[in-house]
Design a protein around this ligand. Structure first.
Ligand code: CO
Length: 294
């Protein structure tokens, strides 16, 4: 499905962006050496709810060679260490209209990976600067890839941005981080997320173990299912389910076993590689481009 935002929903899409941006800032302000992933996740997602929205997806707190898709489990004890390179990826949902934004921070000592981080921010800004109805997604990829390469790093080729539909975080079109030669063109009315990933490694990620983020699979939804009732079809955390139902872990386990729910794998580069990411949500209109998470 393509990510067209109807005119009467534009204000909701913009509101989701504002809240998503504040949530990202909150998470970054909470991260530090010895701080638990769980406390950052809970405080950030609580702020989104206090502002009258819901998280678009569980906060992703992925470190070092992990690119994405880790969120803490219900009783997670993991803490941040000095030197960790943290990708914070979070967004807000206002009546199903979503935002998605990300930034990368170094824990404790700053500077070791600042050029890697800067390369993704610069790539994102350059891509946004060429956005208009009619822009080809491969041209965005080309700008992103060349910017990251000019800093001496590699763009992650098998990850990229995406359209954002209602209750549909990853709709078409796919927005590559290099010129992938595809002919997709952006149109007025599209909501999209652009997310350059840069790596000190080979620039390819693979699936690691599960990262505690789940999603209903398939199109057959049972309206009585507590997952559907609470989270609709957006990705959810095992933490979230445990807060709304007793004995959630056995329920979740059975849903995974019968393939009604699937778990996202942590996306990671090879060992020793470092990955940075920057992301904004954007609305493309006929006469202007609105970065909703700026
Ligand atoms: Co995204």
């Amino acid at each position: 499905m393509v990510s067209e935002i109807p005119e009467d929903a534009i204000s909701k899409f913009i509101e989701a962006g504002k809240i998503g941006k504040l949530a990202l800032e909150k998470a970054i302000s909470e991260i530090g050496p010895g701080v638990s992933f769980l406390s950052v996740a809970e405080k950030t997602e609580a702020l989104i709810r206090e502002m009258g929205a819901k998280p678009s997806f569980p906060i992703n707190l992925s470190i070092n060679n992990e690119a994405a898709h880790f969120t803490p489990s219900p009783n997670d004890k993991k803490t941040f260490s000095t030197g960790d390179l943290v990708k914070v990826d979070i967004g807000a949902s206002v009546d199903g209209y979503l935002s998605d934004n990300a930034a990368t921070v170094e824990v404790g000592e700053k500077g070791k990976n600042s050029d890697l981080i800067d390369s993704t921010r610069e790539a994102l800004n350059k891509a946004i600067s060429i956005l208009r109805p009619g822009t080809m997604v491969r041209d965005l990829g080309s700008v992103i890839g060349e910017t990251i390469t000019s800093h001496g790093f590699r763009p992650v080729k098998n990850l990229g941005g995406h359209g954002i539909g209602r209750y549909d975080l990853h709709s078409s079109p796919f927005i590559p981080n290099y010129d992938d030669q595809n002919g997709n063109v952006l149109k007025s009315g599209y909501g999209i997320a652009i997310e350059p990933f840069a790596s000190t490694g080979i620039g390819m990620i693979h699936n690691g173990p599960g990262g505690n983020i789940f999603i209903l699979s398939g199109t057959k939804t049972n309206p009585e299912d507590p997952i559907y009732k609470n989270f609709n079809t957006i990705p959810f955390a095992s933490r979230w389910l445990s807060s709304v139902m007793p004995d959630s872990s056995s329920y979740l386990h059975s849903m995974v076993k019968t393939r009604q729910v699937s778990e996202f794998a942590i996306l990671k580069e090879h060992r020793g590689a470092m990955i940075a990411q920057s992301e904004h949500t954007i609305l493309i209109l006929k006469d202007k481009v609105i970065v909703t998470t700026k």
